[in-house]
Design a protein around this ligand. Structure first.
Ligand code: ADP
Ligand code: MG
Length: 574
């Protein structure tokens, strides 16, 4: 083919593709424009999963009549003048591309009126060609109606997912923005059915209920607002008992902008190290504020990614805030009623949620601390009180007494926790290795040896001394002391299996996961009879743990039966 300048509409459609990938991109740009215009109320209407119609109405500042034709031009913006302004951006938009891009691949209609103008202005753009502006009656604010998205880009249509998928993405987007802007009222109507809505009252926990449901919202822990080197963090995180199978529910806003940042997400997930079961992820909605000059927001056409000038500072501040909040909060599983005797934390939370009396008592106070009725003073602190061992039940649970009642301790989970913290400490001190009397040769499968090759460094830090001995054979000279009682081949497999399951391991996270796995193997089993001395030792060891109330996989190590509960159960108190 000969070189030719592309016709205008082809060039525009290509450029538009970067900004408008799918219906939710349109919703995002329009909602951001409404927020930039200072709207207090934003209504989003969707038909056909956003392909037939996306309409966003706001009560913001509006566009002066004479500027309306400019708004749909490419590189036309009221938000930035010079390149320096880019590093002092306080608005969500700045590229002046969204309306033009949308208009290039759809039918766009814009009606806007400022509070100074007596009448509004309407402008229609069909596949990039703007009509003549008309004067119309309109409320102050702006309505942008986008119809038949990609009508002129059939190739793009083929890439769209089902309407259901698009609807779900739109719901996610609108609800996340509602979380970030609790003072703005959001209303989403999909296919003529009213869906998500927020009141704009400014109460973020109320929005949290609308987004995640009352049960989850109640459990979410508010981050005390934290600041470090100009970085501010606030928001909500799930307690270890509430988790998801993927990282998607970790929502991050930076300076009011919803961003996707794998490293920052990983920092949040890592703050849960040792508190969540392997392969489980937290729910979080974190709002980070940094000085505008320390981030580059212009690295992604859809503005979904940003670049921090000092990423480590941001990550560390966020991670520290989340970790500190978690360690201060993890409550022991406490017993609510005989019906849930022996139930885990999650079950008892479910039982609570199902209890109508509790729901009513708590529905009115969504802004309160979310710990629920089972949290008792002193219990939410990380450390355990001094306990007195009483005995063992069913060769599985230890019974102990504390100043605040009775504790039933799962001996296996408790021992896992003790070993886990010991191993992590030893590792940090760099002493966790036991040399074998005779080196052992282990034959691995090709897949296993590939996994091992990539993780030699972590294995070494864990206390393994392993070297290649042929293509898939390895020679083990030393193992972590915790695994010394296992045959060396088995000890090595315990950790390789774990790597295989991981999709995108981070060094620290893998280390913790491997450590957790190691401890599971090494811990006393349930059904194992312990002498009184052993029981006492385990309780002592657990007392000295930093996070004694859950095992490294996130399960509770103990159930607490408070004096208060005992008295109520025995009818001594109402
Ligand atoms: P950007 O947001 O990057 O400036 P857009 O193409 O999204 O670019 O919008 C172009 C301009 O149109 C904005 O700078 C703003 O002045 C105006 N505008 C767009 N939407 C609205 C709205 N909902 N309310 C008021 N002004 C708007
Ligand atoms: Mg914009």
């Amino acid at each position: 083919m000969t070189i030719q300048i592309l016709p205008q509409e082809v060039a525009s459609a290509i450029a538009a593709g970067e900004v408008v990938e799918r219906p939710v991109s349109v919703v995002k740009e329009l909602v951001e424009n409404a927020l930039d215009a200072g709207a207090r109320s934003i209504a989003v209407r969707i038909e056909g999963g956003g392909r037939r119609l996306v309409e966003v109405s706001d009560d913001g500042a509006g566009i002066p009549a004479e500027e309306v034709p400019l708004a749909v031009e490419r590189h036309a913006t009221s938000k930035l003048r010079t390149i320096d302004d880019l590093f002092a951006i306080r608005t969500l938009g700045f590229r002046g591309e969204a309306l033009a891009s949308i208009a290039a691949v759809a039918h766009l209609e814009l009606i806007s009126r400022t509070s100074h103008d007596p009448k509004g202005t309407r402008l229609r753009v069909e596949g990039g060609n703007a009509g003549r502006p008309e004067t119309v009656g309109a409320p102050a604010g702006t309505v942008v109606r986008v119809q038949d998205l990609f009508f002129n880009v059939p190739a793009r249509q083929k890439f769209l997912k089902s309407e259901e998928t698009e609807r779900r993405r739109i719901l996610t987007l609108v609800s996340r923005y509602a979380l970030a802007y609790p003072h703005v009222r959001f209303q989403l109507t999909q296919e003529d059915r009213p869906g998500f809505a927020s009141s704009g009252s400014g109460d973020r926990r109320e929005v949290l209920s609308a987004v995640f449901g009352l049960d989850v919202a109640r459990e979410m822990i508010a981050l005390p607002s934290a600041e470090g080197r100009g970085v501010q963090v606030e928001g909500y995180i799930s307690p270890p008992a509430v988790h998801r199978s993927n990282r998607r529910e970790v929502t991050l806003f930076v300076n009011g902008r919803w961003i996707q940042d794998a490293a920052l997400t990983a920092a949040v997930v890592q703050a849960y190290q040792g508190l969540l079961m392997v392969g489980r992820y937290p729910i979080a909605a974190l709002f980070v504020a940094v000085p505008p000059e320390t981030v580059d927001v212009n690295v992604h056409p859809a503005k979904a990614e940003i670049r921090f000038r000092e990423p480590e500072v941001v990550f560390a501040t966020v991670q520290r805030a989340v970790r500190a909040t978690l360690l201060g909060q993890a409550p022991a599983t406490a017993l609510v009623a005989p019906a849930v005797w022996g139930a885990g934390w999650t079950e008892s939370a479910a039982a609570r949620a199902a209890d109508p009396a509790w729901a009513i008592a708590h529905a009115e106070a969504p802004a309160e601390a979310p710990a629920g009725p089972i949290a008792q003073p002193g219990l939410s602190a990380g450390k355990l009180p001094l306990l007195r061992s009483i005995g063992q039940v069913g060769a599985t649970y230890l019974v102990a007494e504390g100043p605040d009642g009775l504790y039933l301790i799962d001996q296996h989970a408790a021992h896992e926790r003790v070993l886990f913290e010991r191993l992590m400490q030893q590792q940090q001190a760099g002493v966790a290795s036991q040399t074998l009397l005779e080196p052992v040769t282990v034959e691995l499968s090709a897949a296993e040896s590939m996994v091992l090759e990539g993780q030699v460094e972590i294995l070494r830090r864990l206390g393994f001394d392993v070297e290649a001995f042929g293509s898939t054979a390895y020679r083990v000279r030393a193992v972590p002391p915790l695994l010394a009682h296992l045959p060396a081949a088995l000890a090595l497999r315990v950790v390789i299996e774990d790597f295989e399951e991981d999709e995108a391991p981070l060094v620290d996270a893998v280390e913790a996961r491997v450590a957790a796995r190691v401890c599971k193997r090494a811990a006393v089993k349930s059904g194992q009879v312990l002498s009184l001395v052993e029981q006492e030792q385990l309780v002592r060891d657990l007392e000295s743990c930093a996070v004694p109330r859950s095992c490294p996989h996130g399960r509770p190590t103990m159930i607490h039966l408070s004096v208060d509960t005992l008295e109520r159960q025995f009818g001594r108190r109402g």
